[in-house]
Design a protein around this ligand. Structure first.
Ligand code: ZN
Ligand code: ZN
Length: 264
């Protein structure tokens, strides 16, 4: 299997060359959980996924035509062993419990150097799980905190306001239906106390009825460490949210293949 991140120095965007493995990530790993915790009348199980990202000793940084064997880490945190999704039936307390659980996972992963670009998504799949990705591809750093600036300038794009959070439509959205929900304070997800997570859980519950269609949730962190929750309508790939293109074709092999046809 080929797994490699490549940086395009012109657009400054990353491409991941990988053989995407199809099928439900949780079902494929069933029985091979690395951690499990009680949740509701069932358990939450954590499965390590090695399809796209694999540990490596190489560092990827932004120089010309630099590549790296795909580094990083991925796990799914599944709330059922069955291929089902009960998220819509969860109470605010249960969503909060889940957020605390994700925070605990991030805390225990913090001791390993797995990459600073963290994204946790919940896609409208048939199987209910959170997909946690830690990648070595750096987030683009703005001079000042992008999130603090976005909150300050939300103005007529603001949709919802609580004591701790602001929900708004991003200034330059990349998807048809995209909402950002960010804490007003400059704070990382791992710094949230239970009160803040309870507030966030309430907002998730409120917003989950917003669209008739299924929603993709994503927890992201800016280059300055200010987290936000994003909401998209439809199924969105986490790599797409991070602006990483994914291709199954290795450029070197493609060139060789074309040369070898001898048709040119
Ligand atoms: Zn499944
Ligand atoms: Zn900030």
């Amino acid at each position: 299997m080929i797994n490699e991140f490549r940086l395009d120095p012109e657009s400054l965007s990353f491409t991941l060359i990988t053989n995407k493995v199809e099928g439900c990530k949780a079902c494929k790993e069933k029985g091979k959980d690395i951690v499990s915790m009680p949740f509701r009348r069932d358990r939450v199980r954590v499965y390590e996924i090695k399809d796209d990202v694999q540990p490596s000793k190489y560092e990827l940084s932004g120089e010309f035509f630099k590549s790296s064997p795909a580094d990083g880490y991925e796990e799914v945190i599944a709330d059922s062993e069955l291929h089902e999704n009960k998220f819509k039936t969860y109470t605010v307390e249960e969503i909060e419990e889940f957020l605390i659980l994700i925070k605990d996972r991030l805390d225990s992963l913090a001791r390993y150097d797995l990459g600073k670009n963290v994204i946790i998504t919940r896609a409208p799949e048939e199987h209910g799980y959170f997909d946690l990705l830690m990648l070595p591809v750096p987030r683009k750093e703005t001079k000042e905190c992008f999130e603090c600036g976005s909150i300050k300038n939300a103005d007529n794009r603001e949709i919802y306001n609580t004591e701790n959070f602001l929900a708004y439509v991003p200034f330059a959205p990349r998807f048809d239906f995209e909402i950002a929900i960010a804490p007003k304070r400059h704070i990382g997800f791992n710094q949230c106390d239970p009160m803040l997570l309870f507030d966030l859980a309430g907002i998730i519950k409120k917003f989950s009825g917003l669209s008739e269609k299924e929603i993709t949730w994503a927890i992201l962190q800016s280059g300055h460490g200010h987290f936000k929750l994003k909401l998209f309508v439809g199924k969105i790939d986490p790599y797409e949210i991070l602006d990483v293109k994914r291709t199954i074709i290795n450029p070197d092999l493609l060139a060789k293949e074309i040369r070898d046809t001898k048709k040119l």
